[in-house]
Design a binder for this molecule. Sequence first.
Ligand SMILES: C[S@@+](CC[C@H](N)C(=O)[O-])C[C@H]1O[C@@H](n2cnc3c(N)ncnc32)[C@H](O)[C@@H]1O
Length: 216
Amino acid sequence: MGGEELLAYYKHRAHEYEQIYEKPERQADLARVRTWLRDALVGQRILEVACGTGYWTAELASAAGGIVATDASPEVLALARQKQYPPDRVRFELADAYALAHVSGAFTAGFAAFWWSHVPHERQAAFLASLHGRLGVGAAVVLLDNRYLAGSSTPIARQDAAGNSYQLRRLADGTEHEVLKNFPTPADLEAVLTPVAQVLSITEFVYYWGVCYRVA
Ligand SMILES: C[S@@+](CC[C@H](N)C(=O)[O-])C[C@H]1O[C@@H](n2cnc3c(N)ncnc32)[C@H](O)[C@@H]1O
């Protein structure tokens, strides 16, 4: 799956996307994630990458110093803009995660939820360079994503030569999509992030993992 197919998938999925946050068995874990996330980003001026329908934007808006929330899909941004936010705290911009240089604003932190898992191994360095280049040395970075849980996660259908894994996902309109979705271990995250991060901290929840660090 290339970047364009991923965008097309999320365009089709936009209206049903937030159902994943309604799974009853995940509510206790999500409550822990919300507390962890607010603690990590309170008071920060945040550049949010791949914000989707603004679920976490809305969650963080009152705690953050301000958020510029970006996504490469106009369709999901249109949904994100429909949510209620505290006045003057949130702005949306269309932006590719691999080309963040033109996003306007001054930031003390970067944040991406459920995006890292869609970054192919061979593009991870490019994404980090794009984000870090826009933030600068010492800025905080927070990444949040899924852990793989057999019986709960969509099974992995195949792996490619670069070690990326893929799931087959069916949407409400009946269409089936092959989606690149990686599930890094803490050791995988450390290996990629240690060369570009300071004070790296990895937190494992039941269904999710979270990473905090400062740009080196
Ligand atoms: C799994 S969703 C995450 C949405 C949101 N962060 C959340 O956690 O609810 C992934 C998002 O990545 C966006 N996306 C896909 N390719 C992108 C790219 N190259 N640059 C920026 N966003 C992209 C999709 O439009 C989609 O909104």
